[in-house]
Design a protein around this ligand. Structure first.
Ligand code: MN
Length: 434
């Protein structure tokens, strides 16, 4: 937040805001200015709220101390060597601790985001649990529905690690211990959103991204560890064989999901600890922060795969992670189709892949659209894959077709496709002229 403030990318919201819809509305307005928001007064809560700290490539560049173009390369380089987190005796998250009947989730400024959501949802909670056989930690982000003062609904799918861990506890008739950290350093949020193999502790990824061990503190009532520097931590249990209706909730695709509501497990919260002046993080589903968070680890995966078949400049999965733009330094005709095929092969959720020349900015959809409109020859440039695999919840996911588009200029006609430019324009400082 301090780094964003220094870069003039943090906007302070002083007026009191209602966590039901108004908070989401103001967060959206600030997001559209390309800034993060910090809310000083939330109706009914003493907590501050922060939103959209990962809402642009520029913000990610500040986080990784690099240029916007190099963020993906930084991710790839930093995650090649995994680092173990380390245990510390305590941390700021322990400044205030409440247990048992003292727990009241209504203290938190939990936002209700979209018109048909069934209630307030915690959206930036990093969920920690352990495999009962191996004791290996799993870290994920799961949507958490506020139900009662010490009860949350939690969506856990059997296709995801946390759902598989819960299944193991449930088969033994035992509750699953759980901890939820809210208000984390972005590296923990990014690591929790990454898809890695089962049995890899996502905190080793966040430590690698930090280039130093993440400091963890022991929980008070469960045998789990959480980031010592977090703002808020909830501790609790997910009992076996308990299901209650959860959803539909406006999610990352901008759709309400699932319809009708699923029967989902619940968390009984036994303890809450937080800093003295806590900041609660909120992430708006489907908004720019959510998209950058989901995109970056997948961009890294696509970048690594397509780099094996061509000289790749940049990969972008924003604004929607089912569509990809890739820029390359083309050396041979046909390369763009190989690049698109490699992207589809490594990342099954992808539906569209547009391959553009090195001089096109893939982080600007306008520029990508320009390249499609001017440098592609639709029929010749089309790669169509039928009956592929897609995102499981995409209504079209069975027999999903995928389209790659070669939007690169023919090498032997480059002079007809070269972009015009204004000499000296890049070095002009407008403030010198006003
Ligand atoms: Mn995992």
């Amino acid at each position: 937040m301090e780094a964003l403030r220094r870069a003039d990318k943090l906007l302070l919201v002083n007026k009191e805001v209602d966590p039901k819809f108004e908070l989401a509305g103001v967060m959206q307005s600030v997001e559209r200015l390309g800034k993060a928001s910090f809310f000083k007064k939330i109706k009914g809560s003493a907590f501050n709220v922060v939103n959209n700290i990962l809402g642009s490539r520029e913000m990610l560049a500040i986080l990784f101390a690099t240029t916007p173009e190099r963020v993906v390369n930084e991710w790839v380089e930093r995650t090649t060597k995994i680092i173990e987190p380390k245990l510390v005796s305590s941390g700021p998250v322990k400044e205030v601790t409440k247990k048992g009947t003292q727990v009241d989730l209504r203290d938190l400024p939990i936002a209700t985001h979209s018109s048909k959501d069934p209630g307030p949802y915690i959206t930036a909670g990093i969920v920690v649990a352990k495999d009962p056989d191996t004791g290996i930690r799993n870290v994920s982000i799961n949507r958490l529905h506020y139900r009662e003062k010490s009860k949350l609904g939690i969506r856990m799918l059997r296709t995801q690690h946390l759902g598989q861990i819960y299944e193991k506890y449930e088969k033994r008739g035992k509750p699953m211990e759980i901890a939820v950290a809210i208000g984390n350093h972005p590296f923990e949020v990014l690591a929790a959103a990454t898809t890695v193999a089962y049995g890899i502790d996502e905190f080793t990824i966040s430590s690698a991204l930090r280039r130093e061990p993440l400091e963890l503190a022991k929980c008070e009532t469960v045998s789990l560890e959480v980031p010592a520097m977090a703002e808020v931590v909830l501790e609790g249990e997910v009992p076996p064989e308990v299901r209650e209706p959860e959803g539909p909730f406006g999610d990352f695709m901008q759709f309400y999901n699932p319809i009708p509501a699923d029967q989902s497990p619940v968390i009984y919260v036994k303890a809450i600890s937080h800093r003295k002046d806590p900041i609660y993080q909120s992430i708006q589903p489907s908004h720019l922060e959510d998209m950058h968070l989901l995109a970056l680890p997948r961009e890294a995966r696509v970048y690594e795969a397509v780099s094996k078949v061509a000289e790749v400049k940049a990969v972008c999965l924003v604004p929607m992670i089912f569509a990809c733009a890739i820029s390359i330094q083309k050396h041979f005709e046909g390369e763009p189709k190989n690049v698109a095929a490699a992207a589809f092969g490594t990342y099954p959720w992808l539906k569209y892949c547009v391959v553009v020349d090195h001089d096109v900015n893939v982080f600007d959809v306008n520029d990508v659209w320009w390249a499609m409109a001017t440098r592609s020859n639709p029929k010749a440039g089309l790669l169509l894959i039928e009956n592929g695999r897609g995102f499981p919840r995409d209504p079209f996911h069975i027999h999903q077709s995928k389209v790659g588009i070669d939007a690169t200029a023919p090498l032997n006609q480059w002079e007809h496709f070269e972009r015009k430019e204004i000499p000296g324009a890049a070095s002009i400082r407008l403030e010198d002229y006003l």
